[in-house]
Design a protein around this ligand. Structure first.
Ligand code: DC
Length: 217
C-alpha cells in the first residue's frame, strides 16, 4: 500500500491540501486529528477534566471511534453517533490536544490509523504520522507557517461556520496547542528526519498542493 504522511502544527494547511491531493491521486484521505477530537468531545460531554489522566483512561474501554466514508468524505462516529460536525467546535480543539498527550488514548487511535493505512492507499495528516504511526511511509512531509498566519486561517474558517470566537482566542489556542503537542512525552509533534519540510505562510493552497504533488511524482 502507498502511504503519504503530512505532519505539522494546527492551521499549516495540511488538511485542505491533503484532501485535494487525495482526490487528484484517487486515494483515501485520513484526518487523524478528528479521532483525537472525538475522544476530547466525549470527555467534554461527560464533564471529565481532559487533563485528568485516570478519568480519561477509565472512559476508553467504553468508547468507540469509527471512521466511515460517505461519498469519499470522512465521517467520524463516536459511540455510534455521527459527530463529524460537532468535533469542529472551537472548545473541542484544546480538549483534543489535552487527551492526545495521554499514551493510552494514542495507542487506541494509532491502532485504528495503522489498520486503515494497511488496507488502503492513503494520505494521512496529523502530528506523528511520519515519526510514529507510519515510519515507513512512502512520502513524508512536514508543513509549517507562522502562528499568526495559522491563526488567521483558523479564524476565517470558524467565522464562516458562524462560531463566536475572537482572533486573539484563536491565536492563544494555536500557540498553547503547539506547545502542548510538541512537548508531550509520547509521540510529540516533530519533523521526521526523512520528511521534506516547507513553510506555507506565503503560499496559496494551490501552491501547497502543487509542491506536494511535484514531490510525490
Ligand atoms: O489536526 P487537529 O487540529 O484536528 O488536531 C487536534 C489535536 O489532536 C491536536 O492539537 C493534537 C492532536 N493530534 C495528535 O496528537 N496527533 C495526531 N496525529 C493528530 C492530532
Amino acid at each position: 500500500m502507498k502511504n503519504i504522511a503530512i505532519d505539522g502544527p494546527a492551521g499549516a494547511g495540511k488538511s485542505t491540501a491533503a484532501k485535494i491531493v487525495a482526490k487528484k491521486l484517487g486515494i483515501l484521505y485520513l484526518d487523524t486529528g478528528a479521532m483525537y477530537r472525538a475522544i476530547g468531545l466525549k470527555a467534554l460531554k461527560l464533564g471529565i477534566n481532559t487533563r485528568d489522566i485516570p478519568a480519561v483512561e477509565a472512559m476508553l474501554p467504553t468508547t468507540s471511534v469509527e471512521i466511515k466514508y460517505v461519498d469519499d468524505v470522512q465521517n467520524i462516529f463516536l459511540d455510534g453517533e455521527n459527530v463529524t460536525g460537532l468535533i469542529r467546535e472551537h472548545a473541542v480543539s484544546m480538549a483534543a490536544s489535552d487527551v492526545s498527550a495521554i499514551p493510552a488514548v494514542r495507542l487506541k487511535l494509532v491502532e485504528l490509523q495503522r489498520e486503515i493505512a494497511k488496507k488502503n492507499d492513503c494520505i494521512l495528516d496529523g502530528r506523528d504520522i511520519g515519526t510514529y504511526v507510519l515510519p515507513d511511509a512512502n512520502y513524508k512531509f512536514f508543513i509549517t507557517a507562522t502562528a499568526e498566519e495559522r491563526a488567521n486561517r483558523r479564524f476565517k474558517e470558524l467565522m464562516e461556520k458562524g462560531q463566536n470566537v475572537s482572533y486573539d482566542e484563536v491565536l492563544t489556542d494555536i500557540v498553547t496547542r503547539d506547545r502542548n503537542d510538541s512537548t508531550r512525552a509520547f509521540a510529540p509533534l516533530k519533523k521526521a528526519d526523512d520528511a521534506f519540510e516547507f513553510d506555507t505562510t506565503t503560499m496559496s493552497i494551490d501552491q501547497v498542493v502543487e509542491e506536494l504533488l511535484n514531490r510525490i511524482k
